[in-house]
Design a protein around this ligand. Sequence first.
Ligand code: G3I
Length: 482
Amino acid sequence: MRRAALATAVLACTALGATLLPSAAQAADTPLRDLAAAKGVYVGNAVAGGKLSGNAQYSGVAGTQFNSLTPENAMKWGSVEPTRGSFNWAEADQIVAFAQAHNQQVRGHTLVWHSQNPSWLTNGGFGATELRGILQQHIATEVGRYQGKIYAWDVLNELFNEDGTYRSSPWYGTLGVGFVADSLTWAHQADPAAKLYINDYNVEGLGAKSDALYNLVRSLKAQGAPIDGVGFQAHFILGQLPSTLQANLQRFADLGVDVAITELDVRMQTPATDAKLAQQGSDYATVVKACLAVTRCRGITAWDVSDADSWVPSVFSGYGAATLYDEGYQPKPAYRAVATALGGTVSPSPSTSASTSPTPTTSPSPTATATASPTAGTSSPPAGNRCTAAYSVPNQWNTGFSGSVTVSCPAGASLSSWHLDWDFTAGQQLTQAWSGVCTQSGKHVSCANATWNGVVGAGGSVTLGFNGTWAGSNPAPVVTLS
Ligand code: G3I
C-alpha cells in the first residue's frame, strides 16, 4: 500500500572514491516515473497504438517518462467490438505489450460509456433483458482477456450531467441505475484483483455533479458493490482550476476508495506565450500537489503525450497546447513543474533550447550545492553525514508489488557509483528492475547503478525501481549500500 511499507535503512557510505561533483542537476537524469515512484504514486499518459509503433519521439517519451499507460481509445466499445460478438484486440494488445516491455502498469479505459459505442449497439433497439446480457458479455470478455494485466479499470465513464442528474444513455434509459452496480460486479468477477473505478469530468471540485458522484459512491459502498476508486479526469482550462480540488479528493478518499487524476491536461487559447506556459506549469503543479497531499490518491495520468497528439484542438476551436510536451516533443515548463512538484529539480533548459533530447535533466531534491564533501576520498563519513538508501513499496496488490530504493547523499557526501544488497526473507521474487541492474540468487538481491545514474552528488539522490512477487507477507528488507 502506498507509503505503508516505507523503511529507511541507514547505511554507511562506503564508496571510498567519493568525488567532488559540480551539481546534483548534472548528477542524474530522473524520469518523471522515478520521481513519482519515490513519492509513492504513479505518473501515466494516454497512448495510441499506431503512434507507439510509428513515432519514435512519441514512444520514447511514453516509454521512459511514465510508469502507467491508458489506451486513449483502443479499449473503448467501438474499438474492441465494432460488430456484435466480433472482437478486435489488436491495438489494445499492442499497448498492453508495450507497457509490459517498459515495466508500466495499465489503466483500462473504458467499459461502459455513452460515447464511442458501435452503431449496432446504439441503434439496436434492444430490450432490457437483451441489453443487460450484451453488457455483461462485453465486460466479461474484455476484462477477462486482460485479467492480471490491468491495474485498474475505468468501468463506468461520465455517468452524470452537470446538474447531477444521470446522463441519458442506452444503459440508464433501458436498465435504470442498476447497471452501475451490475457492471462493477461483472468486472470484479472477471478480474478480482483489478481496481474498479468510476471516472468523470467536471467533478474535480465541489459542486452538484461532484455531489452526485459522491452520493453514488457512498451508496455503492453501502451496498457492498465492488467499487475501488474514483477517477477525476481533470481536463482543465488555464488558470481555472477548482480551489476545492484537494478537499474534494479527500472527501472521496474518506469514503474508503482510492482516487486518481486520470486525464490531466490544461488547455489554453493559442498561440501559447511564455506567461501562459508559466501559468500552465503552475496549474499542473497544483494538481500534482493535491494528489500527493491525499494519501489515497494513487497517481496522475496526463492525457496525450504532446501538443501534437492532443484531442483538444479538434474539440475546442482556438484552444490547444494542453500537454506536457510541445509539438516537437520538447518538454514544456509544465513538464518541469510536474518534476519539481514530484520532488525533483530540473535543469533550466527552456523548451526552445537546442536540445534534441525529449528528456530534460532532473534530479530529486534537495538541490545539491557545489560544495566539496569534507570527507571525500578516504573513509566513511560520520553518522548523519552519510549517503543512505531508503526502501519503499508504494504499490502492492494480491501477488505483486512495485518498489523502489532511493539512494540519497547529504550535503557533505557523494558517490561515484552505488551498489545495493538485501535479502528477501519472505520468499519475495524480483521480476523486473529499472534505473539499475539487479540480480537475485535465492533470497539475496544485488543491484548496481545503471550506466547513467552512478553518480550521486552532494545533496542529490537517485532511485532504483523494481517489480516483484510475494505471498503471505512482504516485509521490507534491510538494505546495504556500498
Ligand atoms: O480512428 C478514426 C480514423 O480512422 C478516422 O479517419 C478519424 C476521422 O475523424 O477518426 C478517428 O477516430 C477518432 C479517434 O479519436 C481516434 O483518433 C474519433 O473520430 C475521435 O472522436 C476520437 O476522439 C477521442 C475521444 O475521446 C472520443 O472517443 C479522443 O482521441 C480521446 O482523447 C477522447 O478521450 C476522452 C476520454 O475517453 C474520456 N474523457 C474525455 C476525453 C477527451 O474527450
